[in-house]
Design a protein around this ligand. Sequence first.
Ligand code: AMP
Length: 307
Amino acid sequence: MSLLVVGTVAFDAIETPFGKTDKIVGGAASYISLAASYFYRNIHLVSVVGDDFPQTFLNTLTGVGVDLQGLQIKKGEKSFFWAGKYHNDLNSRDTLETQLNVLATFDPVVPDNCKAPDFLMLGNLTPEVQQKVIKQLTAKPKLIVLDTMNFWMDIAMDELKKTIAMIDVLTINDSEARQLSGEYSLVKAAQKILKMGPKTLVIKKGEHGALLFNKDEVFFAPALPLEDVYDPTGAGDSFAGGFIGYLAKTKDISFENMKRAIIFGSAMASFTVEKFGTERLIGLTQKDVDERVQEFIDLVQFDISLV
Ligand code: AMP
């Protein structure tokens, strides 16, 4: 059993109403791998960085069982850089800058030891790169999950739709679901998106939780009302990491188990937002994770008798 994770490993500069950071470590695949590592350890990463990227963070990834054979380190080049500014409600943000740098010419090479993963998590990056990874696999994974964002919808919608046609589960936020489908109602948007290829769709709604759809069913997971939210960056990726990490651990891809998986995903996202960058996702204990999941259970458990 193995989990292959693809996505950016990057530098971010973040501005929220609570503060501002210079370049800190971020990237979709960084958050995904860290979050997934709390559930599952046989993780392989395919990504690219420049030689400006800190070895200490790469050591942190290896320390939680992430195999970095598929991480290309480009000499004399710069890592992907993203700068974003959150609005006062923290639910929406503006991208201030995206410097593709090493990502602009990235040609992914999946190492031989992970060409037949059971689970594939295609985190946010160029849709063409996501396709190239799928094409290098020697066996069809049990489950392919894809996360993406409005940036790729704006500049590469056709390529993105081709990637979407190749996957099983799509995770996007509410405004991206509207952009992708052209529908305002999220129910109509889900119906349209499920016709594009994926059998399952997760629509993330920030502090308003997440919806899980398949053709016939829908399920809702709340977000935990938190006292302190500092930085929502990476919440979606941490969600995806918790989601696929739990599915890989339990080896069960039924809709019933995906309901549990989105609770674990939401729990990992709730940690991420409590500090800037990846800081809060490093060094959690099993007890921290269990207690957080219990808070979700307590939040929504109620008894109603209709007779
Ligand atoms: P999230 O807040 O979950 O949407 O993810 C934020 C992370 O995505 C940041 O750490 C960024 O480095 C990364 N990111 C931002 N823009 C892009 C992009 N266009 N492609 C890939 N990753 C991106």
